[in-house]
Write a protein that binds this ligand. Structure first.
Ligand SMILES: [Fe+2]
Length: 225
C-alpha cells in the first residue's frame, strides 16, 4: 500500500497533491546545531542521540538491507509495511532509523504554539479540542512502559493517538497501533535522561516547545493525498 501510494506532484502547486514524504536508508544531516533546541533538549543529549544512537540504527539498517537483499533505492516505508518478513535486526533498526529521521524533522528552535488550518480542524473534530488532544498524547507518552514512542497518526481519514514499544512504529505490519505517523516523541531514556533524569513527564511537557506544527501539517497534507 505504501509503495503503490507514492506520487510526486509538486507541493507548491495549488490544488495538486502534496509531495509524498518518504524515507531513505541513510542518515540525513541534522537540520540544526546540537545546541539549537536548548533548553528543552540539551546539546550533549542531542549530540549523543544523533551521532551514537540514531547513527547506529542507520548503520545497522543498511547492514540488514545488504544481508536480506533489500533494494535501498526504494523507500524504507516499504520494508516497514512488511517488516514481519524480515529479521529482528531489520525490525529494530528500520524502525529506529525511520523514527529518528522523523523525530529530527518535526522539531525546530522556532516552534511550539498550536496547529492551524486543516490540521487544527481535524484535531478538533477527532479529539474534541486541542487541549484534549494534548492530554491524550501526553498520557500515551507517559504511560508507555519502558522504551518506546508516542504518536499522532492519520489512519484513513481519522487522527489517532497511541504508542509503540522499543523502535516499533505504526507503519509496521506487526504493530497493534497503525497509521501514517504525523509526529511522534521518543520516550527512550537516552532522549532525555541527562537533562531530566527520571522525570519523563517534565521532558514531555517541555517538548511541546520544540514541535514544529508546520512540519506536522506538511506530513498531514502528504498522507492525506
Ligand atoms: Fe532515540
Amino acid at each position: 500500500m505504501v509503495g503503490s501510494a507514492l506520487f510526486s506532484a509538486c507541493a507548491s502547486s495549488e490544488g495538486s497533491k502534496a509531495e509524498q514524504i518518504i524515507t531513505g536508508f541513510s542518515q540525513e544531516p541534522l537540520p540544526y546545531a546540537y545546541s539549537a533546541l536548548e533548553p528543552h533538549i540539551d546539546a550533549m543529549t542531542m549530540e549523543i542521540h544523533y551521532t551514537k544512537h540514531a547513527a547506529g540504527y542507520a548503520k545497522n539498517v543498511s547492514e540488514a538491507a545488504t544481508e536480506e537483499n533489500v533494494d535501498t533505492s526504494k523507500p524504507l516505508e516499504e520494508v516497514l509495511g512488511n517488516v514481519s518478513k524480515y529479521s529482528t535486526k531489520m525490525r529494530n533498526n528500520a524502525g529506529g532509523h525511520y523514527n529518528h529521521e522523523m523525530f529530527w524533522s518535526i522539531m525546530s528552535a522556532e516552534a511550539g504554539g498550536q496547529p492551524t488550518g486543516a490540521l487544527a480542524e481535524a484535531i478538533n473534530t477527532d479529539f474534541g479540542s486541542y487541549d484534549a488532544f494534548v492530554e491524550e498524547f501526553e498520557t500515551a507518552a507517559k504511560t508507555r512502559f519502558g522504551s518506546g514512542w508516542a504518536w499522532l497518526v492519520l489512519d484513513g481519514n481519522t487522527l489517532k493517538v497511541g504508542s509503540t514499544p522499543n523502535q516499533d512504529n505504526p507503519l509496521m505490519d506487526i504493530s497493534d497501533f497503525k497509521g501514517s505517523p504525523l509526529m511522534g516523541i521518543d520516550v527512550w531514556e537516552h532522549a532525555y535522561y541527562l537533562n531530566y533524569q527520571n522525570e519523563r513527564p517534565r521532558y514531555i511537557t517541555s517538548w511541546w516547545n520544540l514541535l514544529d506544527w508546520t512540519k506536522v501539517a506538511e506530513r498531514f497534507d502528504s498522507f492525506k493525498g
